[in-house]
Structure formats: C-alpha cells, structure tokens
Design a protein around this ligand. Structure first.
Ligand code: MN
Length: 134
C-alpha cells in the first residue's frame, strides 16, 4: 500500500479551457496501466474547448451543476451522481452551468507509445454557443 501526498493543483490551460478550471491529478497509472483520473473543478461559466478522447472518457459529477454537449446534439444539464460516458473520438465539451460551480472526476486512458494523444483539442465554445438552452 502506498499513501501518496497530494500533488499541487494545476490551472487548466487557456488553450483548452474558457474561464477558470482547476485540476487535481488523482491517478496516473503506471505501465501497463494507462488509467488517468483527474478531479476537475470548473468555476461558473467555465468549460472545456471542443475535444475528443482517443479511448473515450467517463465523467462522474461530484458537485454542482454542469453542462455537456456532443457534436450535433443538444446541451444537457448534468448533476452530482450522474455518469457521462463519451465514446472514442466523439467531439464534445463539458463545463459548469452559468451560475454554479461544477466538479467532476474524469477517467481516461493514455494511449501508450502511440503517437496519437489522449485528447484531440479544437475550438473554444463561444459564449453564444454556451448560452444555448440546456
Ligand atoms: Mn472530455
């Protein structure tokens, strides 16, 4: 058994997030495991840019009220206890609701020696796109 001390919380990069987002790395699996678990906290209105995950992503909402949207689908409100699975290579974004914080655990898998990154990032979600009614 190994009880590890907390690693520093890091701020989500402006290239991939809008607004203030803070990330705690909880698990970074050592080979052959590739699991990655992050606790991600979004301030009200903060959200990811559009992106996809090479091996999909599971989100577990732990706090607050949030929003998710996959390409071509409506914005959906998410709340604590809900589990959101996004399949491999499906473009989407996730974030807080406009007037609430939101925290979720993100579970993804690294892609080992592949040149393909775990996530592929695209455009930011504009304010108008974000305001679409959930
Ligand atoms: Mn995602």
């Amino acid at each position: 058994m190994d009880i590890r001390s907390r690693r520093p919380t890091t701020k989500g990069a402006a290239e991939t997030f809008t607004g203030d987002v803070w990330i705690d790395s909880i698990v970074q699996g050592e080979e052959p495991s590739r699991v990655r678990v992050n606790l991600v906290r979004f301030t009200p209105g903060a959200r990811t840019a559009r992106h996809s995950h090479a091996l999909g992503q599971t989100l577990y909402v732990s706090e607050g009220v949030g929003r998710v949207q996959s390409r071509g689908e409506e914005i959906t409100e998410i709340r604590p206890g809900e589990v959101v699975f996004t399949p491999s290579d499906e473009w989407h974004w996730h974030g807080a609701a406009p007037d609430n914080f939101m925290a979720h655990f993100s579970i993804t898998e690294g892609v080992g020696d592949s040149p393909k990154p775990e996530a592929d990032w695209g455009a930011h979600v504009t304010d108008a796109e974000y305001r679409g009614t959930p």
